[in-house]
Every structure is written in C-alpha cells, then in structure tokens.
Design a protein around this ligand. Sequence first.
Ligand code: TRP
Length: 444
Amino acid sequence: MGRSRWSNQLGFILAASGSAIGLGNIWKFPYITGVNGGGAFVLVYLLCIAAVGIPILVAEVYIGKTSQSNAIKSFEKLDREGSPWRHAGLLGIVSAFLILSFYSVVGGWVLDYEFMALTGKLGSMPAEEMEGLLGSIRSSPGRMALTHTLFMVMTVLIVVGGISGGIERAAKILMPTLMVILVGLFIYAMTLDGFGKSMAFLFSPDFSKLTWGGVLEAVGHSFFTLSLGMGAMITYGSYMGEKQSVLKTAGLVAFLDTIIALIAGAVIFAVVFTFDQEPSSGPGLMFAALPALLAQLPGMWFLSSAFFLLVGFAALSSAISLLEVVVSYWTEARGWSRKKAAIVIGAVIWALGLLCALSLQEDTPLKIMDTSVFDIFDKATSKIFLPVGGMVISLYFGWVLGEKHLGAIFPAGKDSIMAQGFLWTTRVIAPVAVVIMLVNGLLG
Ligand code: TRP
C-alpha cells in the first residue's frame, strides 16, 4: 500500500506553514513579548529562530522526507531497528498529547469570541464587561467544555479526511485567507496613534529588561512557533515527494511564520498603546486588545468576525498537525484505520483538555504548587520537552546522518560553506545553545 503524499510542493508549504502559524504567533508571541519587556526579547527570539530553529526545521523535514516514515519509525529507518534515537519520537508523541489538550481549550476561547462577534454581542458589550470577558470565560467550565469539544471535533474531522483530501485542502483555504485578513488589519493599525510606540516596543531592545527566564522562554517559543521538537515537521516532511526541496520549503515556512508573528505583534501593540492598555497583561492580551480596538470602529461586526475567524483558522491548521503526528504513528505501527485512530486519540486528548479547562477554576484540586494543569502542560512542553526533543533531533542529524546526507539537502554540495555551517550547527551549536539556556533558565 502506497503512503499518502501532498499533491505538490505548494501543498507541503501550505500545510507546514499552517502547522507553524497558529496561536503561537497571534496569541502567545505578543503576550510573552509583553510580559518580557519587548525588544530585547524579540531580538533573542529572532536569533533563536535563525541559529537554532531553522537548522532544526531543515533537519526534521529532511528526516521525514528521506525516511518516509512517522515520527518514531523515521529514527529507526535511517539508523537501525530498535535505535535508541526513537525515544525522541516517543517524547514527541507525549508532547503532542499535552500540547493539543491545552491548545484546544484556547482554540475554544477563540471560537467563543467568534460566536460573540458574529451574533453582534461583542459589538454591543460595554467596555468594562469586555475587559473581564476572558476572565469570565475562564471561570465557566461548562462554556469552555462546549467550545473545546467543538474545536476538537473539527480537528478530528479534518485529520480523518487524510493528507491531500483533508489537511492540504483545509490549509489551501485557511492560510491565504488568514494572510489577507492580517495584512488588512496591519494596514489599518498603521493609522493608529500607538503604531510608532508599538514599533519601538518591538524593535528597540532594552537589555535591562531581559532575564534568563525570558531567554529560555524565547528559546522554547522558537520551537513552539515552528512546530519543532516533537516530530510534527518529520511527519509532514514524510508526505513529501522526492523532487521537492527541503531547503527552499523550510526556509519559506520559517520566513512566513516569523513575519506573521511580527505583524500580529505590531497590530496588537498598536492597539494596546493607542488605548492605554497594559502590554504585560499576560494571556488575555489578544483577547482584550482586539475587541477594544474594533469597538471603536464602524465596521466592528465585520472586523471582529474576520479577526477571530483568522485566529480560529490559524489554530485549527496547527491543531491538525499535532493530532496527525500521533495518528500517523498509530496507523502505521498498530495498523489502525485513520478514522479509528483520529477518533480514539482525539477523544483521549479531549479528556485531557477538559482537565486543563477545569484546572483554571478557583477551587480545584487540579493544581500542583499553585500551578494549574493547563499551565503545567504549557510550560513543561515549551520550556522542556520541545527544546530537549529538538536537541536530540539535531544531534541525531549531525552525528548519525551527518556528512553523507548533506549533498541531498544543499545543491552547492556537502563541502559548501552553507552545508558545513549547517552540519556543525546541528552537531554542536544548537545543542550547546539549548543546554546553556535550559540550565540557566530553569535554575535562575
Ligand atoms: N506552531 C503552532 C503555533 O505556533 C503550534 C504547533 C503546532 C506546535 N504543531 C506543533 C507546537 C508541534 C509544537 C510542536 O501555534
């Protein structure tokens, strides 16, 4: 039985950027940038994308494309049966479960806002109520359960549809729409009074605001935003055809992902500074900023519906990649049908997501040392699991696959400066950088 494939190179680019561009770009990047004081954090984040993220992205896509196997099997296929490197894949499967469970709860918040936008509720809401809106959603478990369920159902349905018929077809509609809406909002944001301050906040670094904790957050986020460190890009790469270029596609995906995060940040901070909001307000930043802006405008109904639709699209096309990592493994290793795997695994993740939603309540036993299960899943995956997974993948590429594979990635040959720079980045630079930041970030 032949393995499924993307229909062409564009199919891969859309699906992979659909995976990369998500809540990480539009919700998480602006709020963690705000919490960490702006420019200096952004600079570290950009450096991490360039020096660690892109090399690991190239390595993941290449491992997938060459092995044509799921996130665990790929390590054995290119090394040997039972290879210890497959544990990186196993860790990835665990990460997929944990990330998707809290991700889907946030996806649910977005759906909630979208419904309120469409029905006109958001537009007619008094400002004070709007400010507390996310808070009141977070303290209504029933409401979150409903929207989280809806989000998971959509994710499962697309994954059941398969590679070219489900994921690729969804991404073809979702990604271009998202870019058009975002660029439209950006053009609008340029006319706001706070736009200059927003640019300064993002691009003029003040290093006195940067902590080791912030540096670790930047490293972790560069993995999260590019969907790295858990085999998502290995899995997507495994549906690539022979003639498709790893280097070009990976470069384009990283570029699109970064530019979208920066645009989303510029829009959100322009609003924050125009309406005198607090840049460091945390996870509620996007949910408070945008409606506040849009409420001022004549086109509120349309703009807010469009904005939350965009965020919902971005979230959905990322969620499917998280589920696909596990589904791809289960169908290939256990012989389950795609439909059965997507539904059963989706149900388990759905249940974990309910725990995340419940853990946000005041009086809940679902907290460890005052940290909710929601936050534990979020922090443990992006600050530990993804960097560790990415480091192992990097070492695997550098030391196990090594030189003999460079020629297949770099058209200029294995001795070109780019190829050698890449090799030593995967062997030494990326792993060492991850270890230094992990140790400092976790201890200090
Ligand atoms: N990159 C996505 C975002 O920015 C989230 C995501 C999708 C992800 N697949 C992943 C994160 C795999 C880590 C690993 O929202």
